[in-house]
Design a protein around this ligand. Structure first.
Ligand code: GAL
Length: 344
C-alpha cells in the first residue's frame, strides 16, 4: 500500500492515508469514509493484517462492496421503508436496499470525505458535518470520530451534536479475518457473543420487534462455537439472512464499556475482543460476498472470507419505541465507544 494511492480529490475535498502505530498494532485509515484500510497485529515477529481492504482510493470507488472498514451513518443498518416520524412529522429517506433504507443511504458517511481535526502517531480525529436534509434526515449533525491506539487495543470514540431532533446510529464496518485478510474463509473462526437474545427479522431484514432467546438455536454463541458449525442449519432466521446477519442484544450491567464478543482465528490463534458502550452488535458473516473484488495483496473477497461485528443501536429503532432510543435533540451530546483488542 502506498500513501500516494490514497491522495485524491472527491467532491473538491482531499483524501489521504494516515498511519497509527505502536509496538503491537499498526492501523491505516483514510479520511474517505473515515475507513480502516488495514489493521496489522504483531504476532511471532509477523504482522497479520486482520481487516479486509483495497490498495487505493480508486479501488474503493470502483468496487461493488462499498462498506469495507467505513464509519457507517447517519443511521447504521436498516430503517423500514426509509420512514420515521418526529413530533408528528414524517421523514422520507432514500431507499437503497429495497424496500428499506440501509447504512445512511447511497451518500451516507461511508461516501463522504471527512475533515482531519488531528493526526498523530497514536490518534486520528476526523469530523463530518452532515447537512440538514442530507439523505432525507433532519438537522445539521456534526459527528466526530476518534481512532486511538492504546496498548493492544484500537479504540473508536464517537461524539455527535445536532441542531434539530434527528436519529443516529454509528458504527465501524470492518470485515475481519483473524487468519489474515484474504487467506481463508472465517467459517472455522471461534466466536463468542455475550447475548441471550437477538432481534429476529422479517424477510427484508427489518426487526419484527420481538426479542428471540438464542437458547437452543444456531444463534447461541454464549459459549464458543465456530462461525460455520451451524450456519447451514434449517432455521428461518438463517434463511432470511443467508447466514448470520443479525443484531444481538448485549447482556449489559449498567452503561459502561462491556465485553460484547470475542473471536479467534483457527490458523493463527489470534484473538480479538470487542468492548462497547452500545446496546447491540450486528454479526454479519459476509453472506453477500461474491469474490468479485480484488483486495490488498491480490486476494479475492470470496464468500464468507470476512465477518463484521458492528457495535450499534438496534436496526429500525426510530420505528420501534421499545428499543433503546436513537433520537438526538439539540443540546444533547451523543457519545459512544468501542474497542477492538488483540491477544496474541
Ligand atoms: C451489514 C448488513 C448486511 C449488508 C452488509 C453490507 O451491516 O447487516 O445486511 O448490508 O452490511 O453488504
Amino acid at each position: 500500500m502506498k500513501r500516494e494511492d490514497f491522495k485524491a480529490a472527491i467532491n473538491g475535498k482531499d483524501t489521504d492515508l494516515f498511519v497509527l502505530k505502536n509496538e503491537k498494532l499498526e492501523v491505516c485509515i483514510t479520511n474517505y469514509g473515515a475507513r480502516i484500510v488495514s489493521l496489522k497485529v504483531l504476532k511471532d515477529n509477523h504482522w497479520i493484517d486482520v481487516v479486509m481492504g483495497f490498495d487505493s482510493i480508486k479501488d474503493y470507488l470502483s468496487k461493488d462492496e462499498i462498506y469495507h472498514g467505513t464509519i457507517v451513518g447517519r443511521y447504521a443498518n436498516r430503517i423500514a421503508r426509509g420512514q420515521f416520524s418526529i413530533d408528528g412529522k414524517t421523514y422520507a429517506l432514500n431507499i437503497n436496499n429495497k424496500p428499506n433504507h440501509l447504512h445512511g443511504g447511497p451518500d451516507g458517511f461511508h461516501n463522504q470525505v471527512w475533515e482531519v481535526v488531528n493526526a498523530s502517531e497514536k490518534e486520528l480525529v476526523l469530523s463530518y458535518l452532515s447537512k440538514d436534509g442530507e439523505e432525507g434526515y433532519p438537522g445539521n449533525l456534526q459527528t466526530m470520530v476518534t481512532y486511538r491506539l492504546s496498548g493492544n487495543e484500537l479504540e473508536i470514540h464517537f461524539e455527535a451534536k445536532t441542531d434539530k431532533t434527528t436519529v443516529l446510529n454509528l458504527t465501524n464496518h470492518s470485515y475481519f479475518n483473524l487468519n489474515g485478510q484474504g487467506t481463508s474463509t472465517v467459517l472455522d473462526h471461534t466466536l463468542e457473543i455475550k447475548a441471550d437474545h437477538v432481534t429476529p427479522v422479517d424477510e427484508t431484514l427489518i426487526p419484527t420487534g420481538e426479542l428471540m432467546p438464542v437458547e437452543g438455536t444456531p444463534f447461541d454463541f454464549r459459549a464458543p462455537h465456530t462461525i460455520g458449525e451451524r450456519i447451514a442449519e434449517d432455521h428461518i432466521q438463517l434463511a432470511y439472512g443467508g447466514g448470520y446477519d443479525h443484531n444481538y442484544v448485549l447482556n449489559r450491567n449498567g452503561e459502561g464499556r462491556t465485553l460484547a464478543a470475542k473471536a479467534t482465528g483457527d490458523k493463527t490463534g489470534l484473538t480479538m475482543e470487542v468492548y462497547t458502550t452500545e446496546p447491540g452488535i450486528q454479526l454479519y458473516t459476509g453472506n453477500f460476498m461474491k469474490g468479485l473484488n480484488t483486495l490488498k495483496g491480490g486476494y479475492k473477497d470470496d464468500l464468507r472470507t470476512g465477518f463484521c461485528l458492528e457495535t450499534q443501536h438496534f436496526p429500525d429503532s426510530p420505528n420501534q419505541a421499545h428499543f433503546p432510543s436513537t433520537f438526538l435533540s439539540p443540546g444533547e451530546v451523543f457519545k459512544s465507544s468501542t474497542s477492538f483488542g488483540f491477544i496474541v
